[in-house]
Ligand binder design. Sequence first.
Ligand code: ADP
Ligand code: ZN
Ligand code: ZN
Length: 753
Amino acid sequence: MPRYADIVLPLAQPAYTFALPEGVTVAGGEAVAVQFGRRRIYTGIVWRVHDRRPDFRTVKSVSRVLYGGMRLLSPEQMALWEWIASYYMCSLGEVMRVALPALMKPSGDTEEEFSDDEFRPRTECYVSLAAELRDEGRFHEICEKIERRAPKQYEALLELAAAGDETRIATGEVARRLLRADHAVLDALRRKKYVVCTRRERSVERGGAVFRLPELTAHQQTALESLRGQFAAGKTTALLQGVTGSGKTEIYIHLIAEVLARGGDVLLLVPEIALTAQLIERMERIFGSRVTPYHSKLTPRRRTETFLRLGRSEGGEFVVGARSAIFLPLKRLQLVVVDEEHDASYKQSDPAPRYNARDCAVVTARLFGGRTLLGSATPSLETWLNARSGKYGRAVLGERYGGARPPEVLISDTLRAARRGERHAHFNKLLLDRIGETLARGGQAMLFQNRRGFSPYVECTECGWTARCPHCNVTLTYHKGGEKLVCHYCGHTEGVPAKCPSCRVTDVVPVGFGTEKIEEEVARIFPGARVARLDRDSVTSERAFNAIVADFAARRTDILVGTQMITKGFDFEGVSLVGILNADNLLNNPDFRAAERAFQLMTQVAGRAGRRSEPGEVVIQTSEPGHPVIRQVASGDYEAMALAQLAEREAFFYPPYARLTALTLRHRDPMLLRRGVLELAARLRARFGRRVLGPMAPPVDRIRGEYLVGLLLKVESSASSARAREILAEELKSFSRQAEYKSVTVVVNVDPQ
Ligand code: ADP
Ligand code: ZN
Ligand code: ZN
């Protein structure tokens, strides 16, 4: 009988050994309650059971087994946690922190505080056509009756019928979205006994569903077959590179349906929750209640229910989720699709584990013997190089669906416009003319303004004073709605001073421009236009987000001004014009990925223009009209961009040719920090030579009262990178053991974005 168990706790620590009391049996992957530290009770995950007594004096015992001894993690999932801990140089406890939903890792000082609800699956309402209406004649009769008088009910009935009876079961919210009907409509239909609602346990029936798959075009069919062939031939990962609107999603759908039909599980990763809503809806139209959403906007309870339900499931699951969905306890994972695989938000930068869900997806699929499909119009250079070298499979979709032509890109020189007096506020005449024409035609426009580095701030016109954060080395960002100054690093907030606090002479005025400013200007120039804004400030909740998007989709607004948020995934029929207000700040980021990012971003934004009937127009405002990246965007030449950038990366030894690890050291005492970083840099140079760069100041070198300094380690992308991590870990350990530097925080970020 094994008498000990190594248990992972949600703390920044490795597994810890506990004794198993008489009569308690546990196995790897199960959850237990344990007392740790100052008698605090934690949820822990059993990592392994064994007989070796640890060498500390008092060994505490496992208090009890949770979730009735259900196995929460499959062996594959455990292997993924271990891979993450080793690759991203963090502890299993830190992996546990992101991997399990909040409610599943309670801790408390007393048994009452530590409540481990055992979430039972809840029942839900399923909707289907009443038996009477299954008769075609009767159906038409009723349709005729209500078509005029109750068009919404009529539409809902048609949807329900079109979907066939099998899938026409869905939960309240899902049903409403599927049927584009609200409560009132469904209630009315129910009262008239045209539809029936039945309460059932969530997703009990999931066998043998018939999905309504889109018919593929010849190009899409070729790409699909090619992917199938490459997967069958043993490629575990493939890139689907397809221009925006080419139907990548349609190909995902076919591959997903095949796996589900075999009873396998599928995971579809989406970079941001902003996008999941639209994609989930689209998937639900095909896969009905088979779709399980998982992202941070779900309530904690929903996340937990989903986790536990999947833990009990026997396969055939389809999860659409954000990056943490890779941790869901699927057992028969056969396909992971990573949509917009180049997106930087797959990487969690803070806190640890600083993992990239795209890369973890590839690892997870391999652990399960499954396949990964990476989709993008503008793949990351890492992925593109892997596809080119044959390590990954690859299929290409070069044309938009339905013969839609690519947008026409106009490059507008801001300097020239200014010289000619053709610049008003932040707009060149060309862009204003195009907006005017678009509005006159009843079209819609999207205006993109990159927020980063251009946050508005307040300044004194007299003495040049600017409001800065007292805790961080940054200017405070000015938020017009609410007249507040906010620190984007620590959240510090203060009011806008009435008089300049430095010279006490004049008022302070807002400078710089963000989306708010653009929104204001465009509304002033086009007083008849209905203008909305989509950015982190206007989107305070999922509901706010959905409302803004829905208004634009329904053409209740004419112009949508936004940040990165507007660039991805939206499919708005009416958008014929896209304006990029300032390409310069995209191109001139001091980051080796700046050109790649600028290309991706501008291409994504441009892709929003003119999706089907008429080709769209894109206006890029820049002071460098001859910049190669601008030209590559204009001609839609991804390959030219990729080849040019790869040549540079190779010459300067950057990813994908090198692997980067960024180290950030933090301390309140700048002198101590300086000594510390020099010491660590010297140690690392002794092991890695010139591949250690720094010390260097990060863009913001003081946050929350702590000073920051960075080092960058570059190593070859090869098997030796594992050895490099070992060496780095050794050195960090011995550095932190020195009494003087014990209090210096060292943050390790592997593959920083
Ligand atoms: P991508 O994911 O590559 O941006 P989508 O899959 O979203 O492209 O396709 C763009 C639009 O074209 C969508 O509205 C989609 O419904 C439509 N579409 C693409 N392929 C097909 C097809 N084979 N049949 C019907 N509609 C399609
Ligand atoms: Zn601050
Ligand atoms: Zn002043």
